[in-house]
Design a protein around this ligand. Structure first.
Ligand SMILES: O=C(O)CCC(=O)C(=O)O
Ligand SMILES: [Fe+2]
Length: 501
């Protein structure tokens, strides 16, 4: 067709004498809206409550998506789909699509078709073609779209799939709630004469919450800053670099990007290492198998200071761990060093967690609900927030408010058993958001693998009999970890399996 104002007039003059023509076009449309590279659609606007809406109501994307000849995204490009889509359903997933198909090759080069319609994001969608330009002047028609593959290849998370989707009852409520949070305890009190005051604060926090935050904890604040910088620098590297220290079922230490909690994949990537390198664990959970496996760390070559900062930080947190174990022992009415012996060959592990922004924070979790299997966990977190604790009194999910310079402490399963349930290991999880990445650094205090965990003798008597059968820590731990790597069909082992009813 000839372009230009007069040419268009001429074209109109001839219009009564030409026949309508049917053209069928077929191509593949690639919309990449998540990931770090090759993004073709960007989030440009959202409403005040979009993140809380299960249908992302109010969200707007602008796209410039390639149209290709074949399904393979690297096959010949025929044109682009340029325009926007807006999440316009309050009660169901429904997109308003408004875009131009801009053809860039062959006989249609330079011509466009305009699509304006509703996309209910089901398998088959039908949208009106409301006009066109060039060879498609006065076009009318129907765009039939069919979903062929939903593989958002996000460079940092691998493939996004159903594995991330939580069942409805476990999805996050992203409303910001102002409720009484976990206690904040000032550990500088341990230097005063009245240590009993501190001991009772710790005891109350363990009993009522299973979670608390501490300030003046003795871990140097500049080290806390350094470890956060090191974590970011490590995760900021290309995935190929991180995979050089990838963990596997034989060596469980190193980088990992597809951990599962309760058989749903977590929206996170992690780096794990042992404070005692090497450490020892049973080779298998089978009771008759007494083979012991050596676990050792894998350190990346970059970032340069990474290893040193990690190890220095871990040693400082280890000191705090012993201090807390002593305060907890005292709070149970036991000698301060009562628990220390269980940690002679401890298998304590430190983890760097990175939670990238998640395009569907209402469906996925950074870490699914779980209880920590060890004795004690000490977590450093940044200022983003996301950790939530299931409050014992009413089972409401309570956010752990990021507090400057504080560390988050929680009691794990092992202390629940030692204390014969005076202190319970509380369920917690991490919610993600679509805007900002989050980092957290837990240190999990695990006893020596050969420790038989059971209620402490001093805490049981005729009136309060032991609530758990003894179990071997290493065997329990190895059995629990099996589900980290893959989706199991059954619920994994829990301390409740050792409960005496
Ligand atoms: O990221 C956090 O704040 C806590 C993570 C956690 O609970 C865990 O890794 O066990
Ligand atoms: Fe945890």
């Amino acid at each position: 067709v000839k372009e230009g104002a007069e040419e268009v007039d001429e074209w109109f003059d001839k219009l009564p004498y030409v026949k309508q023509k049917v053209t069928k076009l077929h191509f593949f449309f690639h919309d990449r809206f998540a990931g770090k590279h090759n993004i073709t659609a960007v989030r440009v606007a959202h409403g005040p409550d979009t993140d809380k809406s299960p249908t992302s109501f109010g969200l707007v994307f602008i796209m410039d998506d390639p149209l290709t000849e074949r399904m393979n995204p690297t096959s010949k490009e025929l044109g682009r789909a340029q325009g926007l889509y807006a999440f316009s359903g309050q009660h169901e997933l429904s997109l308003l699509m408004s875009f131009n198909l801009v053809f860039t090759t062959g006989e249609f080069n330079g011509s466009t078709l305009t699509v304006l319609g509703r996309n209910p994001a089901v398998l088959h969608r039908e949208m009106p073609i409301v006009g066109g330009s060039g060879v498609f002047r006065m076009a009318r028609g129907v765009a039939s779209a069919k979903l062929r593959s939903f593989n958002m290849t996000t460079v940092f998370m691998g493939e996004v799939d159903q594995a991330f989707i939580q069942s409805i009852e476990h999805r996050a409520n992203l409303d910001t709630i102002e409720i009484e949070g976990i206690p904040l305890i000032d550990l500088s009190l341990s230097h005063t004469t009245d240590i009993n005051l501190l001991v009772s604060e710790i005891g109350n926090a363990c009993q009522n919450w299973g979670f608390f935050q501490v300030i003046n904890h003795g871990v140097p604040l500049e080290l806390l800053e350094k470890i956060k910088v090191a974590a970011k620098a490590f995760f900021d590297q290309p995935v190929e670099e991180k995979r050089k220290v990838k963990r596997d079922e034989v060596n469980a230490m190193g980088y990992h990007e597809s951990e599962h909690t309760k058989n749903v994949r977590d929206w996170k990537e992690v780096f794990d290492f042992l404070i005692n390198d090497p450490s020892f664990l049973p080779a298998s959970p089978e009771t008759e198998d007494d083979e012991i496996r050596t676990l050792s760390n894998q350190w990346p070559e970059t970032p340069p200071q990474f290893r040193e900062v990690c190890q220095t930080y871990a040693r400082e947190v280890e000191k705090l761990g012993y201090k807390l174990l002593e305060l907890i022992s005292l709070s149970l009415g036991l000698p301060s060093n009562r628990l220390n012996g269980y940690f002679e060959d401890h298998t304590t592990m430190m983890r760097l967690n990175h939670y990238p922004p998640c395009p569907f924070p209402e469906l996925a979790l950074g870490v699914g609900r779980h209880k920590d299997a060890g004795a004690l966990t000490i977590v450093a977190q940044d200022d983003i927030g996301g950790l939530q604790v299931r409050r014992k009194s009413d089972e409401v999910w309570v956010p752990v408010k990021p507090t400057p310079n504080a560390l988050v402490i929680n009691v794990g399963d092992t202390i629940q058993v030692w204390s014969n349930e005076a202190y319970e290991s509380v369920e917690h999880r991490v919610v993600v958001n679509s805007e900002r990445e989050r980092f957290s650094i837990p240190v999990f205090f695990f006893p020596s693998h050969y420790v038989m965990v059971k209620p402490l003798e001093e805490l049981v008597n005729e009136g309060s009999p032991p609530k758990y059968k003894p179990y071997n820590f290493g065997k329990f731990f190895v059995a629990r970890n099996r589900s980290d790597y893959k989706k199991l069909e059954v619920q994994n082992i829990q301390i409740s399996d050792f409960k005496i009813i």
